[in-house]
Design a binder for this molecule. Structure first.
Ligand SMILES: [Zn+2]
Length: 269
């Protein structure tokens, strides 16, 4: 991918991402109770406005989730600083934050790169997702409200529309959001952050290991999960979620395929 294009693309994404976050994600999710404890209050000026560091983090995360930044792409500090009209120090803070969530790799004397992931790490991400998201689906079935079911149905409709009009960026984002929304419906912000992090990494994995899992397939599996939630069938919801994650993983080419040397060298007849 052309790095310069990718960086300029971040600018558009900043706006897009902000609008999406506000309009689609946060508006349909329960707000954190005012009494919720925060160990560290983020320093923000003016209050409640996201800092530039946060904006850069969100833009790059958004580009990764929407699979528009390829693993291994160099993130040039100066270019990002120019795009956001900030100092390289601010950019470095953002890159450090992304490195902590393993979306970015910092190499001494070489700079920042969109992370790449080993097949083993990829397997571990999917294993963790099965454990966490299976339990999450079971828990949610026990306490989901009718209003929340309606919210999920509206989200499924958005997914369906995006798949139908072959909006690759939109559907990639919506299909990933589905999992984060389930976590938020539980009202557990720590869980939602964990799932968002795992989803971002799953998207990198899907890009690296050529996912053959179609958007249509994911969409229909999401519908089944919501149907189980609607029936308040926790066991079925957990099982369907685990199967869904397994089927996404199975469609990755994670097994290092040693080429069949004889087949490669055999003269064509
Ligand atoms: Zn999914």
């Amino acid at each position: 991918m052309d790095t310069h294009w990718a960086i300029r693309d971040l600018r558009c994404l900043e706006l897009l991402y902000t609008i999406k976050r506000i309009n689609r994600l946060q508006s349909i999710m329960p707000r954190k109770p005012a009494s919720s404890l925060r160990l560290v209050e983020p320093v923000r000026t003016p209050r409640d406005a996201p800092s530039t560091t946060d904006q850069i983090v969100e833009s790059i995360t958004g580009a990764i989730v929407e699979q528009r930044l390829m693993p291994g792409t160099k993130l040039v500090e100066q270019q990002i600083a120019d795009v956001f009209s900030v100092s390289r120090t601010v950019v470095r803070q953002a890159l450090n934050q992304l490195a902590r969530s393993r979306l970015v790799t910092l190499l001494p004397a070489r700079g920042a790169f969109v992370a790449t992931m080993s097949a083993e790490e990829a397997r571990q991400v999917f294993e963790l997702r099965r454990l966490v998201e299976g339990g999450m689906a079971r828990e949610l079935a026990a306490r989901i409200t009718d209003a929340q079911i309606a919210q999920l149905r509206a989200h499924l409709q958005d997914e369906r529309d995006a798949v139908k009009r072959s909006d690759v960026t939109g559907r990639t984002r919506l299909l990933a959001d589905f999992h984060v929304i389930l976590a938020r419906l539980l009202g557990n912000e720590v869980l939602a952050e964990l799932i968002a992090d795992l989803l971002s990494r799953s998207q990198l994995i899907a890009l690296m290991y050529q996912s053959g899992h179609s958007a249509e397939h994911s969409q229909s599996e999401h519908i089944e999960i919501v149907q189980a939630l609607e029936k308040r069938d926790g066991r079925a919801a957990a099982k369907l979620m685990e199967q869904h994650i397994t089927s996404v993983e199975r469609n990755l080419r994670l097994d290092p395929r040693s080429p069949d040397l004889a087949a490669v060298l055999r003269p064509k007849t």
